[in-house]
Design a protein around this ligand. Structure first.
Ligand SMILES: Cc1ncc(COP(=O)(O)O)c(C=O)c1O
Length: 329
């Protein structure tokens, strides 16, 4: 084998080895989160011994728990203090599915700034047959991404020229897979753009409490003055920030009365089992533990592992796109 090829293969296997280690780090990291949460619960409460009536009291308590957690740990979620318009179902995947079913007709489109979480394609399409239309948000002036009115308008106009019907824009903040955090101006741009075209603005903030320690300028859409509140929808869940994806808990906040009416009818099909809700409710109520132990530990760990991972990759000559949230590199 020629020397260069040998060298290339050696480099490749070193890279794969590093990537395997990084995956392991991130798996351990998720395990750390789950273990912390499960230990907490085992130490404090047991499963309820009474049978639950079928009414929704438990659903309401998880709702309260999530909103307390969100508002206490991320000031920019403050608007969620009034819990009434929160709907809780089995994961953000389910929220996305319900949103698509409730807002969009078959063959209509969500604009999605790219790159975006690949499962959006399936979540929006599988049942509702809604589709995504990519918005190219690569910066003109260097590497990285930025949402601007120009790139949104360009994508919208192209889609309309092709005869497509755009019904909504879907943004993940912090973003999966880039870990980018939108600045206030970008969020305002999305909201103004949505207003101008009378489309829905959907914000997936499932990584909202997983922001690296030195990036405290995360802004939730809930904290931004909103030109059309009833056309804006916010979602969050326990899968990422608490590492509890197996518990299937996703939250939707919306002020759209028609959507809420629709969700009241259908959300029971995706209700979280009541004993899980009860477990989560007791977990979420322990804000002291979250504040003093869980979040400081997790955020510190995220920073350490991000540092290790980026340094190793840089040593291998891999260019790094600086990430601010989630466990993305
Ligand atoms: C941006 C984003 N939204 C939604 C989900 C799905 O979350 P859940 O486990 O609550 O269905 C994920 C999971 O990876 C995600 O990255």
């Amino acid at each position: 084998m020629p020397i260069e090829l040998q060298q290339l293969n050696a480099n490749r296997s070193a890279l794969f080895y590093e990537i395997r280690c990084l995956l392991l780090y991130s798996t351990n990291f998720s395990l750390l989160r789950v273990t912390c949460c499960v230990q907490l619960h085992e130490n404090t409460t047991g499963f309820p011994d009474k049978a639950f009536p079928r009414e929704l009291h438990s659903i309401r308590s998880t709702t309260t728990g999530s909103s307390v957690l969100l508002t206490d740990f991320q000031p920019s979620f403050d608007q969620l203090r009034s819990t009434r318009p929160l709907v809780v179902v089995t994961g953000v995947t389910c929220v996305l599915d319900l949103i698509a079913f409730g807002l969009v007709d078959e063959g209509e489109y969500f604009l999605c700034p790219a790159p975006y979480f690949s499962s959006f394609l399936n979540d929006l399409y599988a049942k509702s047959r809604a589709r995504t239309y990519d918005v190219d948000i690569r910066r003109d002036d260097g590497p990285g991404y930025q949402i601007t009115l120009e790139n949104l308008e360009r994508a919208y106009n192209e889609a309309v020229l092709d005869g497509l019907k755009i019904k909504a824009i879907l943004v993940a903040n912090p973003n999966n897979p880039t870990g980018d955090i939108l600045c206030e101006e970008e969020i305002r741009t999305v909201l103004d753009f949505a207003k101008r075209h009378a489309i829905h603005a959907v914000f997936d903030e499932i990584y909202g409490l997983s922001v690296h320690q030195d990036c405290y300028d995360f802004h939730s859409v809930c904290s931004i003055e909103n030109p059309v509140p009833e056309m804006t929808h916010f979602m969050w869940g326990l899968s990422k920030d608490l590492g509890l994806s197996g518990f299937r808990c996703g939250v939707l906040h919306s002020k759209n009365s028609q959507l809420l009416k629709f969700l009241r009818r259908v959300s029971f099909f995706s209700a979280i089992p009541l004993f899980i809700q009860d477990w989560l409710t007791s977990l979420l109520k322990d804000t002291d533990w979250f504040e003093k132990e869980y979040f400081p530990k997790v955020h510190k760990q995220m920073e350490i592992q991000y540092g290790i991972a980026t340094k190793r990759l840089e040593k291998l000559g891999v260019r790094i796109h600086k990430s601010g949230g989630g466990d993305f590199i």
